[in-house]
Design a protein around this ligand. Structure first.
Ligand code: BG6
Length: 509
């Protein structure tokens, strides 16, 4: 390719630049407008080293504690324990600041804004027959506000959101009846916004969902603080999780079918966490190990994009001594209703080392450290080149458009005396990633629909429950324990991203 040819190419003029958030971390207003309680409302704050917790008790009053991602012991329910801080109750209060926040997004030139709908704001228990009109009204106003500025809403139906009632009464997604409740929720949104929303994501990061928190699962393991095994997935729990995700995959395919009947022009995606994996060395066992490890993530996008479980899924299930239960018709549903595009999150890459393989994960994330990469203060390896690799990998595999719906760097921001915030580390991270995306689009010809950075306005970290792990272009005055005014302030990256969008990705500063 000549230099001139390269200069003539650029992002398509309709490329969707913007940002992304999720209700559970951003919205707040947890008891307003008739909203019901979700499991994440019971999750305490944590830190990089101290995991978030859920306090649980049974009818006899015995208490145990589970960590984020774990299943609740059978017979127990989560509860709010006095004296603890629960960051999702207020999030960063989009509920009361949506007009201001959307005006800031518009000022940056956003073409798209990815938001999620809180399930319990629409169906407070999850299994209600009639939706909560007040909750729908809130999102009507949000969507109309976006439209006022010409910003395309990208709606995630389910983002780490589990109605407490569905978890406690049905045991969450392990129970197939949740498919019907989810479809009632999805139908309500599709019908309500059929003329206003084009881009949808049925489920966020389907490959990494787990435990009580996102799937509402109970296990027969009795756990307490002393014997809690952070980060590990007991084999039995992995089985319940994989079966539950199967129910979600079926629900997502049924939602695609339903949506296409409501509006054939909808663009439907399912979202996977697909940060990349490398072999730690060129030793064949590292190379094949990394390949196998990657399949634990790709298995799920294979189902949503190709419409069937890949051949190797059986060997992954064998590792967890798990036998998938399918109902008659499941295979046809998956086959006939794949997604239109693949949405994915990309933050980092990790490396698979045959000498210390991570054998407990079921979602194909976090294989192991990579000595060649620098890390964020939260230890996430920074690898912009990996994004180009993943974009090529996914397009080679599926031949369908891709949408990068999460990317960004969590970092501590300092507010100077004059109110300015010099987040050059964030600008550097995003610039490098956009450059690699640009190469994938312009040189490799990978079709990418858009790019939404994570947490465009600061929000609570899902992983740690901290406020100080910030991703935004807009700072929100709030600390880790909920003190602050919720005042919004523009960071240096705000003005930088404005230039990036204004030049359609040509001026990266
Ligand atoms: C993704 C999630 O996994 O990563 C988001 O979809 C999350 O909800 C994001 O916030 C970043 O992770 P964290 O732990 O830094 O908030």
């Amino acid at each position: 390719m000549t230099g001139k040819e390269m200069r003539d190419m650029s992002f398509p003029t309709n490329f969707l630049w913007g940002g992304a958030t999720a209700a559970n971390q951003y919205e707040g207003g947890w008891k307003e407008g008739g909203r019901g309680i979700a499991v994440h409302d019971l999750m305490t704050d944590g830190t990089k080293d101290e995991p978030r917790r859920i306090y649980c008790r049974n009818d006899a009053g015995d208490e145990v504690t589970i960590l984020q991602g774990e299943c609740i012991p059978f017979g127990y329910q989560g509860f709010l324990k006095e004296g603890y801080y629960y960051p999702s109750h207020n999030g960063t209060d989009f509920y009361h600041h949506y007009k201001e926040d959307i005006a800031l997004m518009a000022e940056m030139g956003f073409k798209v804004y990815r938001l999620s709908v809180s399930w319990t704001r629409i169906f407070p228990n999850g299994d209600d027959l009639v939706p909560n009109e007040e909750g729908l009204g809130f999102y009507d106003r949000v969507i109309d506000e976006l439209k006022k500025y010409g910003i395309e809403p990208l709606v995630t139906i389910l983002h780490f959101d589990m109605p407490l009632h569905l978890a406690n009464v049905y045991g969450g997604w392990a129970d197939r009846r949740l498919i019907d409740f989810y479809l009632r929720f999805a139908r309500t949104l599709f019908e309500r916004w059929k003329d206003k929303v084009t881009y949808w994501i049925t489920v966020n990061e389907i490959n990494v969902l787990g435990g009580y928190w996102t799937l509402g699962l109970a296990s027969n393991h009795r756990k307490n603080q002393a014997n809690s095994n952070q980060g590990e997935t007991p084999v039995e729990d992995a089985g319940i999780k994989l079966q539950s995700i199967h129910h979600l995959l079926v629900a997502s395919a049924m939602a695609n079918r339903m949506a296409r009947e409501i509006n054939p022009d909808f663009m439907l995606g399912t979202m996977c966490a697909l940060s990349g994996i490398y072999p730690a060395t060129c030793h064949p066992d590292d190379v094949f190990g990394a390949y196998e490890f990657r399949r634990k993530a790709l298995m799920f996008s294979d189902v949503t994009m190709r419409g069937y479980y890949p051949n190797y899924a059986a060997s992954i299930f064998d590792q967890y001594h798990f036998k998938l239960r399918r109902e008659p018709g499941d295979d046809e549903l998956l086959r006939d209703n794949p997604s239109d595009y693949l949405a994915f999150s990309y933050y980092r890459t990790t490396a698979f080392d045959r000498n210390s393989p991570n054998t407990t994960t079921t979602g194909g994330q976090q294989a192991g450290p990579n000595p060649y990469l620098e890390k964020t203060p939260w230890g996430w390896p920074i690898d912009a080149r990996g994004l180009r690799l993943v974009l090529n990998e996914l397009y080679d595999r599926y031949q369908k458009p891709l949408f990068i719906v999460e990317n960004g760097m969590g970092n501590v921001d300092i507010v100077e005396e004059d109110g300015s915030i010099h987040d050059d580390y964030r600008i550097a991270y995003l610039r490098d990633h956009i450059m690699e995306m640009k190469k994938a689009v312009e040189i490799d010809r990978v079709p990418v629909l858009g790019y939404t950075t994570w947490g465009c306005v600061d929000l609570v970290s899902a992983g740690t429950g901290e406020m100080k792990k910030r991703y935004g272009f807009v700072y929100v005055d709030l600390d880790d324990k909920g003190n602050g005014s919720f005042k919004r302030m523009k960071k240096d990256s705000f003005f930088w991203y404005q230039k990036v969008i204004g030049s359609n990705g040509e001026n990266l500063g």
